[in-house]
Write a protein of this length. Sequence first.
Length: 307
Amino acid sequence: MLNQTEASEFVLLGLTDIQGLQHFSFIAFLLLYLTSLVGNGAIVTTVIFEPRLHTPMYFFLGNLSCLDIFYSTVTVPKMLSGFLFGQQPISFGGCLAQLHFFHFLGSTEVLLLGTMAYDRYVAICNPLRYTLVMSPRTCLLLATASWSTGFVHAMVHSVMTSRLSFCGHNHVNHFFCDIKPLLNLACSTTSLNMTLLNVVTTSVALGPFIVIVLSYFYIISFVFQKVQSQEGRWKPFSTCASHLTVVALLYIPVLCNYTPPSSESFPKRDVQVSLMYSAVTPALNPLIYTLRNREVRLALKKMLGRK
């Protein structure tokens, strides 16, 4: 069905219009973006070419790093352009594409984090059955399911947003095209869109979160019941520390932005919170995994030594 909107483009207002702050922000977020590209690219390359890392845990880590590269690329370059040239025009089609890929990659990431928590549960609580339960075929199916579910979830939002009419002003109070700012500009009814945002998006976010909480509940129970030594108890927790840190960095801002069942909008808060999971977290993830994971550090050194 053809879109009936009168708006041919939107204007992204960005983060700030203060000249001095724009220059500082450009340098800061450019460094974060380059860190994300280099760090996550290094992890993907290492997982592919290092045979010792051809295990389920590192297979999912490679998927996560690949997601982070694409995820930050959806929003950060346009934001950097805004720091240099001011308010950024974006076509209606480009706006929908940005919205789609942002939610596609974001929802895939939360689903993948839930899968990684289940992987840690099986590895720690059922080590003798680990290779059977987390077989290459199962890992591939879980990863494919995460990417496919994320794509369908984003497609629902992009299709429903494309059916709205925008006949008023076209200034988006954000640094990228997100659902809430676009709904605030629509002059047609948005009740169905808001219902989808409150129900579907909240379910996509909370479903994996429940899996993560249950997985770590069983891991903690297993460790304290079955493992007697302090050293033996610390080892399983140390392998999960990186994953838990990444979960916290992503879920805290995401839950703040998308789970409250309300149509109220807080533009400044939403923009600030969005910065965390769209620009900061993708840059921190490779640092978290390389600093806390000995196998990844050794594999990276080995690759650098070859070169």
